[in-house]
Design a protein around this ligand. Structure first.
Ligand code: ASP
Length: 332
């Protein structure tokens, strides 16, 4: 019934005929007056979409989806590639520290049932996305923060690791000389990976993982691990996720907003554009920050939009593995 409801709401699809619920037996031949005409969708899945040009992460997720794996596994294994890439200084190991020199990680994950889990400001654990999944699957809670999240991870068998690489440590020491807090658009702080996937069953899952803004205040948490802000998935409609200045995404509950806009009939592209416009309406005249949204709907249609030029997002489906240049609200 849920699927039928979604199909009925779809505006772009062609028509298909399905018997009305009172026809319970397959021997019943429905008369024309007894059928409900509902749209039939042209689907494009399995498919994965992620923020930025994360070639290896999207390839890993696709490998799992293409082999018949679940969207949830594809998300976890896909974004882990970035968490483990020490050259990515905004996710996982190698992430930039806060202003006190501590690397604190945020992540969340959401499945087709609307279950979700998140860890906030967690130290010393290399794969926050996997801990977030454990929070979702093994606890009655949605979010664990700080020491509690770290302790939980140890209980689940995760090892204590040093997340601060020499490169990030040296850059932090350099930064401390001036302590100027002014993130460089598209370069510093903006490689958070948000990922959405639809598996061969048509089920959607999503995840988002980051070390947050470099040199942030101790304890600062952005949008990335906040369900509804940095990520939202509704298996009847679609999903959305974000990268960029988390404070602004939280203020509009951006990812939830985009999914709701798709529910109301907007395409993923239109919904992402509206999400960015809402943020800019609250920031008139500002051009000093970046935010990028990506979205996918139940049919596997995708979209992305951002504040500043320079954002891109990867898609991988049977149609190919593509780095899509996003259109932006502001011009160069
Ligand atoms: N959204 C992340 C945060 O605010 C950072 C980013 O994506 O650039 O923590």
């Amino acid at each position: 019934m849920k699927r039928r409801k979604f199909l009925k709401n779809s505006s772009t699809a062609t028509a298909a005929i399905v018997a009305t619920p009172f026809l319970t037996s397959c021997q019943d031949t429905p008369k024309a007056s007894e059928v409900t005409v509902i749209p039939e969708t042209k689907v494009n899945f399995p498919i994965v979409i992620c923020t930025w040009n994360f070639l290896n992460a999207s390839a890993k997720a696709w490998e799992i989806l293409n082999a018949g794996g679940t969207s949830l596994d594809a998300i976890e294994q896909g974004v882990k590639i970035e968490e483990d890439d020490t050259t990515n200084q905004t996710v996982g190991t190698g992430g930039r520290p806060d202003r006190d020199g501590n690397v604190t990680l945020d992540a969340c994950i959401m499945d087709k049932e609307g279950n979700c889990g998140a860890v906030l400001a967690m130290e010393n654990i290399a794969n926050p996305i996997s801990v977030a999944r454990k929070v979702m699957e093994d606890t009655p809670h949605v979010m664990l923060a700080g020491k509690g999240a770290e302790q939980f991870a140890y209980e689940k068998g995760f090892e204590k690791v040093n997340l601060l690489t020499e490169q990030s440590r040296l850059e932090w020491l350099e930064w401390k000389k001036t302590s100027e807090y002014k993130p460089i658009i598209n370069i510093e702080n903006h490689d958070t990976i948000g990922m959405l996937a639809i598996d061969q069953n048509g089920d959607i899952a999503g995840g988002c993982t980051t070390s947050g803004m470099g040199y942030k205040m101790a304890g600062r948490v952005g949008d990335s691990p906040i369900i509804g802000a940095g990520l939202f998935v509704d298996n009847e409609v679609g999903g959305a996720t974000a990268t960029g200045v988390g404070e602004e995404v939280v203020r509009t509950v951006g990812s939830f907003l985009i999914v709701e806009l798709m529910r109301q009939g907007k395409s993923p592209q239109e919904a992402c554009e509206e999400g960015v416009k809402r943020i800019m309406a609250k920031n008139e005249g500002r051009n000093d920050f970046q935010i990028g949204f990506i979205a996918i709907n139940k049919k596997g249609e995708t979209g992305g939009y951002c504040v500043q030029p320079g954002f891109s997002y990867r898609t991988y489906s049977k149609e190919g593995h593509v780095n899509n240049a996003s259109e932006s609200y502001l011009t160069p």
